[in-house]
Each structure stands twice: as C-alpha cells, then as structure tokens.
Design a protein around this ligand. Structure first.
Ligand SMILES: [Ca+2]
Ligand SMILES: [Ca+2]
Length: 352
C-alpha cells in the first residue's frame, strides 16, 4: 500500500515509519505559541437539543448528543479530474497521494443512524475513564510510552503525553486526542453497556468510512461543505490557518484566521446540513474500517477492507494542509498509534 495522502508528510507504513513521517512533517517548525482558546461555552450537547437529536446521559452530569442521519445515496470519493484540480491548486501535494480517493462510486446508506454531533470530548472521555478505570495505550505504554505531539516546535514522541496531557491546553469541551483506535473502541464498548435506553437491536460503534463521508458531505458534492473554494471556509472549521502560520511559518494553510492554533472547543463552528460539527478539521477522526483500496461499482452499506494494517482516519485537523480537510480525503494509521491530531466520534446504528 502506498503512502496515505498526507502530502509531503505521508503517514507511511506501520508504526515506525508513520512516526518518522510525522516527525519529518514537522521538522523545521519553530516555537509553539500560546494557545488562546476562545471557547467559553457551557457544555454543548446538553443544553441545546435539536429535534433530531438523541442525548445520552453518561452520568456525572456529562452528556453526549447524536443527531439522526437519514438514509440516502451519495457519491463517495473523487474522480481523476477532481484530483488533478486539487493538485493544480496545491502543488505541494501529488496525484499519487490522492489516488486512494478513486474511483468515485455510488454508495447507499440503507438505514438511518445516529452520529455524534461533535467529536468525543475530553469531558466525555474523562467520564468513561472515571467509570471504568480504563488506561489508554499512551498511558499503558502499548508498544511505546506516550504519544506523538507537536510541542515546542518540532513534532516528537513524548513519553508523558496522553489524553490528559497533549502538550497544549484543553478544557473538557475540547475533542479528546492522543487516543488510539483501540482506546476509541473501548469507549464505544462502554457506551453499549451504559446506554440502557438505546433502541433494541442498535449498537454504538465507530462510523464506517462510508458513513463518515456521507455524514461529512451532508448532500454536498464539492471539496468542502462550503464549496470548492478553500478561501471561503472561514467560520466552518478549525484548520491549519493564519493563526497556526504565526507559530508554524512553513505550514501550508488556509488563507483565513479561525483563531485557534491547536484544538477548538467542539461545536465552535457551523454545523453542516445534517447538524454535525467539526467534520472538517479540529481533529482527525478514527473510523471503524480497515484502510484499503475502494472497490469499483455501486455499493450498499460498505464496511471497507476485510483486513489491513491501518484503520481509516478522516477529516483533517488543526494541523497542516488544507487539502486534507476535503470530504473525500483518506488517511489511515496503525490502530495503536496515538497523536495529538487524532480523536473520534461515535455512531449508534441498527445492527450488531
Ligand atoms: Ca486553526
Ligand atoms: Ca473532525
């Protein structure tokens, strides 16, 4: 399998090369600045319940909102012409990095499902840890101790990094980071045991890659929810932006200012037509599927590759390249890896 499309910073094959790619991506970055979170919001998802929203009580005053996503059909992925246009816009990337988005293919999501309105927050993850005593891979030292972070300039593996200490300030309203795919699955298992009111026959799990892109596009066919023009994304997401550029001058960023260097409190930016926030940017999101090439032809409820080395990661983040925030962009990483740029959201869907 070829590099996974992170531009010059292809996340690479396997743990070691992924780590090296991450470090290489950040080589030469200068000092980090003070993060200036603007979010002083109260706990979102607890107060403003939309008509199509299901709010789950996690105990301890912590809640999680999920919105109902209707069944439907959409075009997943990119055409060759789309990819040529992206490369023409940003010569830093290459067609070969984006070729995994082909072929564009019709996908039907046959049943409605609920999807996390926001990325899972630090507060929600804390509630899970307090209820179960769970220790994350970063804390246990699965394969290595700590997590990959962007700290004091160059990215590095920090042995004391974890969701509690991602090397930037976060409140309970920020998306949890430095969690592996396995950590995300552990929270999902806990939700299944905790939500006694969930509909019979439905299950919490990570979104399939198809559900994720369907949820992200929310009926759009363009690069982003706001269209194809990257310059029009202000107000839609927290991305690598002009705020980040002040600290990381060699980053390729969007030509607007979202006010956040690292993560933003979830829901700080516009919802898409399905009522989902932060599908573009803030943190990358683990999906349930093994990463693999797309199959040709129309598909219904695809679940990705039957086996693999990496799990799918979607949506781009506060970190680096604007093209990585496109709805179609595909990345993957080893399921025990953890980074300060990757979090997740959950779905509640019919079936096992
Ligand atoms: Ca930003
Ligand atoms: Ca996100």
């Amino acid at each position: 399998m070829e590099p996974l499309g992170h531009g010059r910073a292809a996340w690479g094959r396997g743990l070691v090369s992924a780590a090296l790619a991450f470090l290489a991506a950040l080589a030469g970055c200068s000092d980090t600045g003070e993060q200036t979170p603007k979010g002083t919001q109260t706990r979102r998802g607890a107060g403003e319940q939309a008509p199509n929203e299901r709010v789950v009580d996690l105990g301890g005053g912590v809640k999680m909102g999920l919105v109902l996503i209707p069944a439907g059909t959409f075009t997943m992925g990119s055409t060759g012409a789309d990819i040529k246009a992206v490369v023409a816009k940003w010569p830093d990337t290459k067609e070969e990095f984006l070729a995994n988005e082909k072929p564009a293919h019709k996908v039907t999501i046959s049943k409605s499902f609920h999807m996390g309105k926001y990325e899972v927050t630090v507060g929600q993850f804390r509630r899970f840890v307090e209820a179960t005593g769970y220790k994350t891979d970063a804390e246990k030292g699965t394969l290595f101790k700590g997590a990959f972070v962007v700290a004091d300039g160059p990215g590095k593996l920090a042995g004391d990094a974890s969701w509690r200490n991602p090397y930037f300030k976060q409140s309970d309203e920020h998306p949890v980071v430095c969690v592996s795919w396995d950590d995300a699955r552990a929270l999902v298992d806990w939700l299944n045991a905790t939500d006694k009111a969930k509909p019979a026959g439905s299950t919490y799990r990570l979104p399939t890659e198809a559900e994720w892109e369907y949820g992200c596009r929310a009926g759009t066919t363009t690069w982003y929810q706001w269209g194809d023009d990257p310059d029009k994304g202000k107000g839609w997401c927290n991305a690598g932006d002009l705020t980040a550029k002040k600290t990381f001058p060699d980053w390729t960023v969007f030509n607007w200012d979202d006010g956040y260097l690292y993560t933003a409190p979830v829901g700080s930016f516009k919802a898409n037509a399905f009522g989902l926030h932060d599908m573009h940017g803030n943190v990358l999101e683990w999906c349930g599927d093994w990463y693999g090439p797309y199959k040709e032809g129309d598909q219904t409820d695809p679940t990705g590759s039957g086996e693999g080395e990496f799990r799918v990661v979607r949506g781009g983040s506060w970190y680096l390249y604007p093209w990585n925030l496109r709805s179609a962009l595909r990345l993957g990483d080893h399921p025990v890896n953890r980074y300060s740029v990757i979090g997740f959201r959950v779905v509640l869907a019919p079936g096992p």
